[in-house]
Every structure is written in C-alpha cells, then in structure tokens.
Design a protein around this ligand. Structure first.
Ligand SMILES: [Zn+2]
Length: 303
C-alpha cells in the first residue's frame, strides 16, 4: 500500500494519548494474556451491558480523566502522503483519513450524515466512555463515546503472537474493521444485537459485517477523493490483500481457540466468526465495494 505524496493529511482525526499526560501510569502488561485473545478487535462489550452507556466510568464526564491529548508531534510530522510513506504514525493518520473520507461520501450518497470519529493512540491503559481498557483488550471501538482506541504495540503482537505477516495494509484492515463498527453505530445496526455468542449470533454477524465493511473501503480506497480531489491511497497490491486475509484467518474464533486456547473448537463461544468466515466477508466487501452486499444479518449463509 502506497500513499499519494502530495495529498494533505488531517491529524485532527487522531488523538495522541501516548506522550505521557499525567496519570496514565506505567505500561501494564497482563501475563498470560487470555483476555487479549478474547477481546481481539472487539466491539467493546461493556457498552452492551445493562444498557447504561458509560456507567463503568461513572458517566462520560469521567472519561479521560488523567489523560491528555497531545497531537503536537503528529501534527508536526504528518503533513502529506509523503510523510505517510515514511512514518508509521503518519501512515495510520492517512489510513484513518481515507477510511472516513470513504464513509463520508458513502453516507452522503445515501442521504445520511457521517459523523467523524477520532482514533486514540494509547500506551498501556486508557479510560474510555466504555470504561477502562489495557493493551490486552486489542484495538476496539467504544460506541458510548464513538471513538476508536488502539495501542500500536498490538500490531507487533499480531506478528509475534499470532504469527501474522503484518504490514501497513494489515493495520489498515484492522482500523477499517473498527470504523465498520462506527458505521454500524451510526446506522443503528449495533443496537439490534441481542445474542452475544454462538456461530450464528448477532455478535458474529456484527463482526463479520465489520470485516465486510473493511473490504468495501479497501476496494474504494484508491478512488475516494480527498478535499484536493486526489485519493490518499495510491495503490493496494495483491500482496497487501493476501496479508490482510492472512490476518483475518489468524483472528478467527476457531483459530484462536485452537492455536492460542485449549485446542478445542467450541462454536457456542464464537463472538467474531471463524477464520474462513472472516476471510469470506472481507473478500465479499473487497470484491463488491458495496456495503449493501454486507448484509450479514439478512442471510442464513454466513459461510
Ligand atoms: Zn470487531
């Protein structure tokens, strides 16, 4: 994946919480890490408990206490696609700009209004509208405050712990999946989720749809224009797509249960879908480029 050199970046879509705002505390790594596996690329479950958004953090007013957004470094470094081609943070900013640029256009085409959602970069732990989280949660979207959260060390973990090939487009897939949850939140889809686990549960349908939405963005990324008329993404190669599918396969419930759990596949505990299903729905999105093809709630055949 390459970015167009001369397209401007919008760093306001990112909130950098990493630079030691008071009170974040030391980096916390939970040994053993069972939680991270379960929570991988999650739609934050706490938000779905009890129906009272934000209650774990005693209301939205408490969100982010002790956290400070400091975008000065990113704003200084990440000006154009040229920076995105050489700097990791800037590549993520550009990717987020592209994903939201696509959805902005897509919502407008269907007479709806897209609301921009920031992605928070954090280290170790973070407090959110859905309560506190650590790196072990994996990247997640919190519907209560409509924000994406990612500890960038997760992308290293994908390679070291899950054996994924990694690469910039893999990170783009993960972010596009989280923004898929934001789209579901805006469209009211997430509110319809009743069953939380099982092979055909609403949770699995929600996750597979987010994978499909990620694919839809990927298909449109090189043609989605920015304010200056040029797309931010110059190209996505076949190798990029192969790597994303490799990742999708490694974060399927069955793969995680088999390779990182007790070795047994228990479909009643599925929350995100099998590896094959995740690959299939990402592929459906990237082949069609049409979110209407991502109707995982209206099909009896999830793959
Ligand atoms: Zn998800």
């Amino acid at each position: 994946m390459e970015f167009n050199d001369d397209v401007g970046l919008d760093t306001s879509q990112v909130q950098d919480l990493r630079s030691g705002g008071g009170g974040i505390g030391p980096r916390v790594l939970l040994g053993g890490g069972g939680l991270g596996v379960v929570g991988l690329i999650i739609y934050f479950v706490m938000s779905q408990l009890g129906g009272t958004h934000g209650s774990p953090a005693s209301g939205l007013g408490a969100v982010g206490s002790g956290q400070r957004v400091d975008n000065s470094k990113i704003a200084q470094q990440c000006k154009t696609g040229r920076d995105a081609n050489t700097n990791h943070d800037c590549a993520l900013v550009a990717t987020i700009n592209s994903i939201q640029g696509y959805w902005q256009d897509q919502f407008a085409r269907s007479g709806k209004t897209y609301r921009t959602a920031p992605t928070n970069f954090f280290n170790g732990r973070v407090s959110t509208g859905c309560g506190g989280a650590t790196s072990d949660t994996g990247p997640f979207y919190c519907p209560a405050d409509s924000q994406v959260y990612v500890d960038l060390s997760f992308f290293n973990e994908l390679r070291s712990r899950f054996g994924a090939q990694g690469g910039p487009f893999v990170e783009a897939y993960v972010l596009a999946h989280e923004y898929g949850h934001h789209v579901q939140n805006l469209l009211g889809t997430s509110g319809k989720v009743k069953s939380r686990s099982g092979p055909t549960s609403d949770s699995v349908r929600l996750e597979l749809q987010a994978d499909c939405y990620a694919g839809v963005w990927a298909k449109q990324a090189t043609t989605t224009p920015t304010a200056n008329g040029q797309p931010l993404i110059k190209n996505i190669t076949d190798d990029d797509i192969k790597r994303a599918l490799d990742t999708a396969a490694r974060i399927g419930d069955d793969f995680i249960q088999t390779k990182l759990g007790n070795g047994q596949v228990d479909t009643s505990k599925f929350t995100h879908g099998s590896s094959a299903q995740r690959e299939r729905w990402f592929t459906t999105g990237i082949k069609s480029g049409n979110p209407a093809n991502c109707d995982t709630f209206g099909t009896n055949n999830l793959g």
